[in-house]
Design a binder for this molecule. Structure first.
Ligand SMILES: Nc1ncnc2c1ncn2[C@@H]1O[C@H](COP(=O)(O)OP(=O)(O)OP(=O)(O)O)[C@@H](O)[C@H]1O
Ligand SMILES: [Mg+2]
Length: 541
């Protein structure tokens, strides 16, 4: 393994070494300080000792003014390794001997004896006392020594070097063994673990390939971690198996479901087809039903002129019988003949008028009926067409108090599908009659209006009856939506109306309604069926 390859071991080792360096330096420094203090004490003792020994001789020599002895004593003092300079003076500070490196007698505190500092140097000061007869002490001089630490350092340095050397060796050895231990016992297994996981994540290696042996590992948190890791691997393997099995099941299930869906879809398509057919049939039934309504309307309308014609005919027949009898018995007078002729003429007139009326009615109804069964494009007079249609519906409302009022633009010619218009109006008017006025039980008006605005026809059927609530209004065009199912409503009327308007007439239908205030259906469609208006122009109207 290359030097300091493992990041974790390196980081840990740096920290440990830093701590060790701090500890070792603190130990060495404190030890060094202690030795230093000891050396300083030695120095003090050695100077004191020296001064204690020399003091009596020095005192005697000064008393005797023996300058040579004083100088030789100064030289003796200079031999002491802690002393780098000596000044010996008399009591008037007159220097007698000065040796070595020493500052003059300035800045010295003569009140205090012993070690003191002078100009950032350490000096030793002592008075020289002469003890005469009757122990009388007299100050006869001063000794000042310049103190040097060279001796102390000289004593300290070898110890310091040895300690530093031992410390360095200990640090190097500790670092080396610690690094080896960290690398082998921690870093290697961890990097193997992380490598295994990274490979697994990258999908390069199968789960079985990322197992790690814990041989040689001690029983500690790391071996616990490896245990957990293997446990995790086991669980992952199981999961993988389960997922594979599950995926297989899913595939089969999806396959089955798809097939089921296909079958259901086919069923749905078939049902849709059937539904369309049923709807077509229902629409056809609705058409036939409105045709039935038309037929009953025709029958009712034609009944009146035909009744009058029959009455006129019977009356004429009776008159003819009477005149014929009188003629056979030769009793016919001129006046009777004249009266018969007048009655015959009147009857013939009544007969002719009513039969013509019946023929006219049948003719117009026939047209409507044909329109409802055929889907041909035709140009028609809108007002007369609407009138005829309304007339065909009126018999059904005769015994009620519902009145249909018309508000039509005269001479409005429209090219359109009359069948669609007929069925649309029938559905809307019958709805107003049935729903708004409760099948004629409530009195009210139905207003049918038709106007042309530019090339658009606006057809409106309005009532002032019950109106619709919001739900009914929202669903009014939905097929099979009815509020009168129990009374036979199919819910197709408005859906058919909507489809006719949007698909056949290429128009649009709007409803305005409010409960209790009535309903208005407004249909807008082109006056010429060939011209399909743009959605925009329809919106504008
Ligand atoms: N003028 C109206 N006033 C109040 N409600 C109406 C009016 N026109 C339609 N409706 C409501 O809209 C519903 C749907 O009308 P639609 O004509 O489609 O069906 P229906 O009249 O009930 O049955 P049918 O299929 O026999 O016409 C009605 O059941 C009724 O509730
Ligand atoms: Mg209806």
């Amino acid at each position: 393994m290359r030097l300091l390859e493992s990041r974790l071991a390196r980081q840990l080792m740096y920290r440990v070494i830093l701590i060790l360096v701090i500890i070792a330096s603190s130990v060495i420094l404190s030890e060094f300080y202690l030795i230093y203090r000891l050396q300083v004490e030695n120095q003090r003792q050695s100077i004191n000792q020296m001064m204690h020994t020399l003091q009596p001789i020095l005192s005697q020599s000064l008393w005797n003014f023996d300058d040579d002895a004083v100088k030789s004593l100064a030289e003796t003092m200079l031999i002491n390794p802690h002393v780098s300079g000596v000044i010996i003076s008399d009591d008037t500070l007159n220097v007698i001997a000065q040796l070595g490196e020493i500052d003059p007698l300035r800045n010295i505190s003569f009140a205090e004896e012993g070690l003191q500092s002078q100009n950032s140097r350490i000096i030793y000061y002592s008075r020289i006392i002469y003890t005469g007869l009757r122990s009388k002490e007299t100050l006869i001089g001063h000794v000042v020594l310049a103190i040097t630490n060279e001796g102390i350092w000289a004593g300290l340095m070898p110890a310091l070097k040895i300690q530093a050397g031992i410390g360095l060796l200990a640090l190097t050895l500790t670092g080396f063994f610690y690094y080896r231990m960290l690398t082998n016992d921690i870093s290697k297994p961890i990097s193997k673990l992380s490598e295994g996981l990274a490979n697994y994540r990258a999908g390069q290696i199968h789960l079985d390939d990322i197992s790690i042996t814990h041989d040689g590992l001690q029983n500690n948190e790391l071996s616990d971690l490896l245990h957990q890791y293997h446990h995790l691997l086991e669980r992952l393997r199981e999961r993988e198996k389960q997922i594979r099995a599950h995926n297989k099941n899913l595939e089969t299930e999806v396959h089955q479901r798809t097939e089921e869906l296909l079958i259901t879809n086919n069923h749905l398509l078939e049902s849709l087809e059937k539904l369309k057919l049923a709807q077509q049939e229902l629409i056809e039934q609705e058409r036939l039903a409105s045709l039935g309504e038309l037929v009953s309307g025709v029958a009712h309308e034609v009944n009146t002129p035909l009744g009058v014609a029959i009455t006129a005919n019977s009356f004429l027949w009776e008159e003819v019988q009477q005149v014929a009898g009188q003629l056979t018995q030769n009793e016919l007078t001129r006046t009777q003949m004249d009266s018969f002729m007048t009655s015959a003429e009147e009857s013939c007139q009544i007969l002719s008028d009513n039969l013509k009326r019946a023929a006219e009615l049948i003719e117009s109804f026939k047209q409507v009926a044909v329109d409802q069964t055929h889907e041909e494009l035709r140009t028609l007079q809108m007002n007369s067409y609407i009138r005829t249609l309304v007339r065909s519906l009126q018999p059904q409302m005769k015994r009620s108090h519902v009145t249909i009022k018309l508000d039509l633009d005269e001479s409005l010619t429209v090219t359109t599908y009359p069948g669609a218009i007929a069925q649309l109006l029938t559905n809307l008017i019958m709805n107003a009659y049935i729903h708004a006025y409760n099948q004629g039980q409530t009195a009210g008006n139905i207003v049918v209006s038709c106007h042309q605005v530019n090339n658009l026809i606006q057809l409106q059927v309005r009532d002032f009856g019950t109106g619709m609530d919001a739900t009914t209004k929202a669903k009014v065009y939905e097929p099979f939506f009815t509020t009168r199912r129990s009374q036979g409503g199919t819910g197709l009327g408005m859906n058919i109306a909507y489809n006719l308007v949007t698909q056949k007439l290429h128009g649009k239908i709007d409803v305005k309604t409010e409960p209790g205030k009535g309903t208005a259906f407004l249909i807008t469609f082109p006056s010429q069926a060939e011209i399909h208006p743009s959605a925009e122009s329809l919106k504008r109207h």
